[in-house]
Ligand binder design. Structure first.
Ligand SMILES: [Fe+2]
Ligand SMILES: [Fe+2]
Length: 413
């Protein structure tokens, strides 16, 4: 939220305080969605500044600056309303995310970036839901037969998690892989970190950015390059990783804002939260395609359709994988409970991933197959103990970092 000069007000913004005239007889209440008439009235009343919900002054610079603002907002609202169909719009958190999503979508429409990322639901196709069920044992067997992660992944993981290891140890591990070294150095020198001095070796990168940051960066890079070429006809891999990387950024941002220890691990948790979907896409594309259509036709969550009709939840498959790869329990916890954090013994970590996933789904940044915005549970919001301003903070970070990370994680060979 923030105070804005009267000249910076735009249609579609939401008041964060009551505005009254001099006589205090007339009032435009808090939560009003502004239109041109309101702005004219404020000027008539001699109002100089107005408190706007969820909008920082910086954000206004990127606000839509056209006369057909109203039309864009309406068009965006139509799309976003459907996506929020199962959410309670009276909830303070949902309200703010809803509003931010409309602004984001309107910007996308204005820039001509509105392309469908998922197939449209074809209501004429008859889906035989009885045929969707996947043989659980067979799937578990396939998961256990998947290759293990490259050796370097485990080495990095163990040096990062060993309190006795030094910067030297992590440098040794990264330096053994020349392409990884090059990528880490390119990333360290990118505008993403905005360092003033040139980083020409790993030890300097560690000195400037810290052991954990560099370690997690290397792990993330290893991870994505290992999985990015899985052929997938349902959701293209770039879209899948866009969703995952945006979720990684948002998760890390939420964790840092709450000062949760080791916020870097949330980057990895966010990055692989939907990894179980890749397994489903890979081994059961036909079943998942039908499940996706069924979910769209009936306005259901894909993660619920997975549970009820496929008999295979991506969170459970993800958990199997994470166990097989011997990743830390905290990551396993994030993956397993990211759609139902309050089922976890320690719900805070999965709650952070859950909120990040909600944001990324609401903004339509890439996709992992879900069309609707998952429900923001009241209990999860309580566990998180955040305020609605977290959405703008996370979205700003996604805007700032996503393109740069995608460049290094996906496009650099
Ligand atoms: Fe998920
Ligand atoms: Fe997700």
């Amino acid at each position: 939220m923030g105070m804005l000069n009267i000249d910076e007000l735009k249609e579609g913004m939401i008041l964060d305080c009551d505005i009254t005239d001099n006589t205090k007889r007339y009032r435009i209440p808090r939560e009003t969605l502004l239109n041109t008439k309101h702005i004219r009235v404020f000027k008539m009343w001699g109002i100089k500044e107005v408190n706007i919900k969820g909008i920082s002054e910086k954000k206004v610079e990127t606000e839509i600056k056209t006369d057909d603002n109203q039309k864009l907002i309406q068009e965006a609202s139509k799309i976003i309303k459907i996506k929020f169909i199962h959410n309670n719009l009276k909830h303070e958190g949902v309200q703010e995310l809803f509003k931010q999503s409309i602004i984001y979508k309107a910007q996308q429409i204005k820039e001509g970036k509105l392309k469908p990322i998922l197939p449209k639901a074809d209501s004429s196709s008859n889906i035989d839901i009885k045929k969707l069920k996947i043989d659980e044992n067979e799937l578990v067997k396939k998961v256990t037969e998947l290759p293990t992660l490259p050796e370097i992944f485990y080495k990095l993981n163990s040096v990062i998690n060993d309190p006795r290891s030094s910067a030297n140890d992590i440098e040794k591990v990264i330096s053994k892989d020349s392409s990884l070294t090059l990528k880490v150095l390119k990333m360290a020198n990118s505008s993403f970190y905005g360092l003033k001095t040139k980083i020409d070796n790993i030890s300097r990168a560690i000195l400037s950015l810290g052991t954990t940051e560099i370690g997690m960066l290397a792990i993330g890079l290893t991870f994505v390059s290992y999985f990015k070429d899985i052929p997938n006809e349902l959701v293209d891999m770039e879209s899948f990783w866009r969703h995952s990387i945006a979720c990684a950024i948002a998760s890390k941002t939420i964790a840092s804002s709450k000062s949760v220890p080791g916020s870097e691990r949330f980057f990895i948790g966010g990055l692989i939260h939907d990894i179980g979907r890749l397994v489903l896409f890979k081994f059961h594309p036909a079943n998942v395609r039908e499940a996706m259509l069924y979910a769209r036709q009936n306005n259901l969550f894909l993660y619920e359709v997975e549970d009820q009709l496929l008999n295979a939840k991506h969170s459970t498959i993800g958990r199997l994988l994470v166990k097989k790869w011997k990743l830390p329990v905290s990551i396993e916890n994030m993956i397993t409970f990211h759609h139902k954090p309050t089922n976890a013994q320690d719900p805070i970590d999965p709650a952070i991933i859950n909120l990040a996933d909600l944001i990324v789904n609401a903004l339509d940044i890439g996709t992992s197959g879900e069309y609707l915005v998952p429900i923001l549970e009241v209990e999860t919001w309580k566990v998180l103990g955040v305020t609605p301003s977290i959405f703008e903070t996370a979205i700003n970070q996604i805007n700032k970092q996503l393109q740069e990370i995608i460049k290094f994680f996906i496009h650099e060979k």
